[in-house]
Design a protein around this ligand. Structure first.
Ligand code: GLC
Length: 580
């Protein structure tokens, strides 16, 4: 149920829940989640109290990148159901007072999308220019090693260019070979995409989560060429990112999209742009309401702090780096713009296994991470299973993985002799996207109640202990703690709107901050360590008699405390007091 606060956008007090349909709930026993499966679990989401559901792609797709390769923007993949199933789901979501936001993947299509099939057919097809076709590098023969139009690597290993036998040219794909990039320079492409977006809004959906939307404007020279990227030490490819991240026309495109698709529509819609590499300064521009681009962005800084040379090279997270980063985003978007807040999603390994302790202190570290995140200023996103404290997959063998990024990286690194099988498996255990893609654990029956068939990816064997059915009945579960956090956001304007002040910035174990709105002040404390830690803030006395509104040790207890005792391992606390 959405709550409105005066003078604030509705999404300031909202919480979004991401459903990754393949792994959510399977209604027909084919081992893959589907729309009817989602419909059958709405009670769970309603009980949790979330306001918005973001649905990862359910469109027809060859599933090369688990649905992020779309071959028809205006349909439903038979694996997931039908348009009628979709309409029924949407109606039920609305009837329960929630909203539904679709994933919008328009940086690229599938190579099986009719637009690309036509574009590929000949050099003079009217849709040729809908994608990035380029001849071989000057003086080189198409198909020769190094003849690619630029030296860019794809996000999923290999070159970002695919030589196409049909016409002898190359097409650009920043992701897999089966995800050719659309050419947003061409106004017909933009018009076709806007028409498709209007069609979904007319159908009743409440907005879009826009996949890698800051990659749509490429750094193209007047002659149509694209620049090479710098090759990192020992790298196989050049880094194209600076040449397509927040490119020269990005703001123009998003403003045009806003005018063509959203302007004049009903209120209550949500747009969030997924933007790898976005900076605070860019984000202010993207989310300034006066510029009419998007409501908020997903930035990546905090989930890349533990990366070394790349995402496969994992380093321990320094809490002071996390505070610096979050602190900068909180400050940067304090007056203009808005933050989105997340730990987990279908691309990120689960935070409880990554930044917490998924063994002895699983529940406590999961709820501490949730408290710290949800109490920042911004709109929090919960990824399916996060509300249960589900853990990473911890797969042992390569044949357990399904994700194209992980499989390609493994194959490429082995082929070039860059790492041993053992070290690669270790890197995948830490960083693979499949860590968060194992099926939602509904109950203790076979396959965690996810499917009656063979699941498309293994269920985590810890489902007999970690599952929704057990947690629904357990008031001190991770699930009920998430409910309390969501209830608190709905009820307490200081959570949605309060100013943010970081405390103890140099402490490597305790995350502490204040939120202040009117006469209300909140103190948020989280212990990121397995040791007891003191709370070292300057005016402890001010918190004498403050109300303890949330604590993850005796969940739900609200007591009057007269001091700030040291924090237990992975403990989180939220206090409230009235000031002035
Ligand atoms: C986004 C999606 C990811 C996908 C990629 C290409 O980052 O979240 O899952 O692989 O874009 O569409």
């Amino acid at each position: 149920m959405t709550v409105s606060l005066p003078d604030a956008p509705w999404w300031a007090s909202a919480v979004v829940y991401q459903v990754y349909p393949r792994s959510f709930a399977d209604s027909d026993g084919d081992g893959i989640g589907d729309l009817r499966g989602i419909a059958s679990k709405l009670d769970h989401l309603e009980l949790l109290g979330v306001d918005v559901i973001w649905l990862s792609p359910v469109y027809p797709s060859p599933q090369d990148d688990a649905g992020y390769d779309i071959s028809d923007y205006q349909g439903i993949d038979p694996t997931f159901g039908t348009l009628d199933d979709f309409d029924a789901l949407l109606a039920d979501v609305h009837a329960r007072g929630m909203k539904l936001v679709m994933d919008l993947v328009v940086n690229h299509t599938s190579d099986e999308h009719p637009w690309f099939v036509e574009s590929r057919s000949s050099q003079d097809h009217p849709k040729r220019d809908w994608y990035w076709w380029r001849p071989a590098r000057e003086g080189m023969e198409a198909g020769q090693p190094g003849a690619e139009p630029t030296n860019w690597g794809s996000a999923f290993s290999g070159s970002a260019w695919q030589h196409d036998e049909v016409t002898g040219e190359y097409y650009l794909h920043l992701f897999s070979r089966k995800q050719p990039d659309l050419n947003w320079e061409n106004p017909e492409v933009r018009e076709a995409l806007y028409a498709m977006m209007r069609w979904w809004l007319d159908r009743g959906v409440d907005g879009f989560r826009m996949d890698v939307i800051n990659f749509i404007s490429k750094d193209m020279a007047a002659d149509g060429s694209l620049p090479d990227g710098d090759v990192p030490d020992g790298g196989l490819f050049g880094n194209g990112r600076p040449h397509f991240t927040c490119g020269p026309r990005i703001h123009e495109f998003l403003q045009e999209m806003h005018r063509e698709v959203f302007a004049g529509r009903r209120s209550g819609l949500l747009t969030v742009g997924e933007m790898p590499g976005v900076t605070v300064d860019d984000a202010i521009l993207f989310t300034d309401p006066a510029r009419a681009e998007v409501d908020m962005v997903f930035q990546f800084e905090h989930v890349e702090l533990d990366h070394g040379a790349d995402k496969w090279d994992v380093r321990p997270l320094r809490l002071t780096d996390l505070k610096k980063s979050f602190g900068r985003w909180q400050l940067g978007l304090a007056d203009v713009g808005w933050n989105s807040l997340y730990w987990d999603n279908h691309d990120a390994p689960r935070a409880v296994s990554r930044f917490g302790d998924d063994g002895e202190f699983r529940e406590r570290s999961a709820t501490m991470l949730a408290t710290v995140l949800h109490l920042h200023r911004g709109t929090p996103y919960v990824y399916q299973g996060e509300e249960l404290g589900m853990t990473g997959a911890h797969f042992e063998r390569i044949d357990q993985y399904r994700d194209i990024e992980s499989l390609n990286h493994f194959a490429e690194a082995l082929e070039h002799g860059r790492a041993t099988e053992e070290s690669l498996l270790e890197a995948l255990r830490a960083s693979s996207r499949d860590n968060s893609r194992t099926p939602v654990q509904w109950d203790a029956t076979e396959n965690a109640g996810f499917t009656t068939g063979e699941p498309w990816i293994a269920v985590n064997p810890n489902y007999p202990e970690i599952n929704a059915a057990e947690q629904h009945d357990n008031p001190s579960s991770v699930f009920h703690f998430y409910r309390s956090l969501i209830t608190l956001r709905h009820a307490e304007p200081a959570v949605a709107l309060g100013d943010f002040t970081m405390l103890m910035p140099d402490d490597e174990a305790v995350y502490a901050f204040l939120r202040r709105h009117g006469q209300t002040e909140l103190l948020v404390l989280g212990n990121f360590s397995p040791e007891p830690r003191p709370v070292l803030i300057s005016d402890t006395a001010a918190w004498t008699g403050a109300q303890l509104v949330l604590c993850n040790i005796d969940s739900g207890a609200v007591t009057d405390d007269s001091s700030l005792p040291e924090l237990q391992p992975w403990e989180a606390r939220v206090y409230r007091r009235q000031v002035g």
